[in-house]
Design a protein around this ligand. Structure first.
Ligand SMILES: Cc1cc2nc3c(=O)[nH]c(=O)nc-3n(C[C@H](O)[C@H](O)[C@H](O)COP(=O)(O)OP(=O)(O)OC[C@H]3O[C@@H](n4cnc5c(N)ncnc54)[C@H](O)[C@@H]3O)c2cc1C
Length: 372
């Protein structure tokens, strides 16, 4: 075999799994179809390292606790890339979630490992970056962390490379044959075709996960998923006080208004998507929805012409009939009987990449130990 573990995809999950695998002494290779890391979802997130306060509403306590644990580790180990930022939750007379409910959520968040929260005194409301104060009854302030998702992914991948992983960009998985002792992977590269054999294949291709499974013989059973697009827009402006966590007036979803590289980033949306993941683009309806949220809460009104940038990413969510907003956000690691040496990573958070990598290592060990 050319390597023990071949990872497909240089997003945050592939990068973290590569690092975890080299640390355990495996011979590791990573292939990525694009010419640099994080060209997929891992540069199109909300760039938060957080427990996900809103997941408490859907009872995802284990996920919140685990993400808050990961947040503490990242704050300690990557202080140049992950920093604590104040978040503000304004509550108006029209807000559907009452102040007591938000306070209870923040208490629970704190109990699960989050940071303490306070109420911003009314005398300080004028300093909140032009936030509308009409009918405002309370502003909660707590802390979560912000990162640069692309830079974080690149740093994790660089560490994996330094410790021995081989990383190959512009290399696309085309076909895979499952063998009794591994996988034979046919790839296309800028200089032609090539073949790599590996004892274990890790399919860390984010929204491409089921497209990659279709290229494997015998065909593994895929999980039933839906891709849900999330768009962010960038507008001019400065936020001095941190991030605003707002309830969208139209559908009561949570929307963030955040400082980002000297401007303001607003996101996100939830739009079902069924095309090629490489083609996902922000829609005009999504841009209008995000501007509507901003204009509802801030005094300086913005229009489509003010948007200086926009990007869209794809969530991998379990298929279901409910709103995407309330679906579970856990990461699922899947092996199929017909391709027992292929591990596929479904969904998950930027924040929990290290935890996912540890879970992947248990599966890699089980596969290599069993000699399946
Ligand atoms: C709108 C949005 C906001 C989010 N906000 C947050 C947040 O604030 N905090 C948080 O913790 N999480 C957030 N997430 C979740 C997080 O961004 C994702 O879970 C994470 O980035 C997924 O990483 P990944 O490595 O699995 O996938 P990706 O980053 O998509 O990486 C997959 C890689 O596989 C490569 N690939 C695909 N097919 C092939 C092939 N055939 N051959 C070679 N390479 C291939 C792709 O090019 C890509 O680089 C958000 C997600 C979305 C969509």
């Amino acid at each position: 075999m050319d390597c023990d573990v071949l990872i497909i995809g240089a997003g945050i999950q592939g990068a973290a799994i590569a690092g975890a695998a080299v640390r355990r002494g495996y011979r590791v290779r990573v292939i990525e179809q694009f010419s640099r890391p994080a060209e997929g979802t891992s540069s199109r997130s909300s760039k938060l390292i957080h427990g996900g306060l809103r997941y408490l509403e859907t009872g995802q306590f284990r996920l919140v606790r685990q993400c808050l644990r990961e947040q503490r580790t990242l704050l300690r180990e990557r202080p140049e890339l992950v920093s604590l930022t104040p978040f503000h939750i304004p509550v108006y007379t029209s807000t559907t979630r009452p102040a007591w409910k938000i306070a209870a959520g923040l208490w629970l968040y704190r109990l699960l490992g989050g940071h303490r929260f306070t109420r911003v005194p009314e005398s300080r409301w004028h300093s909140l970056d032009g936030l509308n104060t009409q009918n405002l009854s309370t502003v909660f302030r707590y802390f979560d962390a912000q990162t640069d998702d692309r830079a974080l992914t690149a740093a994790i991948l660089a560490d994996a490379r330094t410790t021995g992983a081989a990383i190959e960009f512009s290399t696309c998985l085309e076909q895979v044959e499952c063998l009794s002792n591994g996988c034979r992977v046919h790839c296309s590269t800028l200089s032609g075709e090539k073949e790599i054999t590996a004892a274990v294949l890790v399919n860390a291709t984010g929204p491409w996960v089921n497209r990659v499974l279709q290229r494997i013989t015998p065909r593994p059973t895929p999980l039933d998923i839906e891709l849900v697009q999330g768009t962010h827009i960038i507008v001019p402006g400065v936020l001095n006080q941190g991030i605003y966590y707002l309830e969208a007036p139209r559908d009561q979803r949570a929307v963030f208004v955040m400082p980002w590289q000297g401007q303001i980033m607003i996101g996100t949306t939830e739009t079902p998507y069924s095309g090629d993941p490489a083609d996902v683009q922000p829609l005009e309806t999504e841009k209008r929805y995000l501007l509507e949220v901003y204009n509802h809460y801030f005094s300086n009104r913005l229009g489509l012409k003010d948007i200086t940038g926009a990007f869209a990413g794809l969530r991998v969510l379990p298929a279901g009939t409910g709103r995407a907003f309330t679906r579970p956000r856990d990461t699922v690691l899947h092996c199929s009987d017909s391709a027992p040496r292929v591990i596929s990573i479904y969904g998950g958070k930027l924040t929990s990449h290290a935890h996912t990598a540890e879970k992947a290592m248990k599966l890699v060990k089980r596969i290599t130990d069993s000699g399946q």
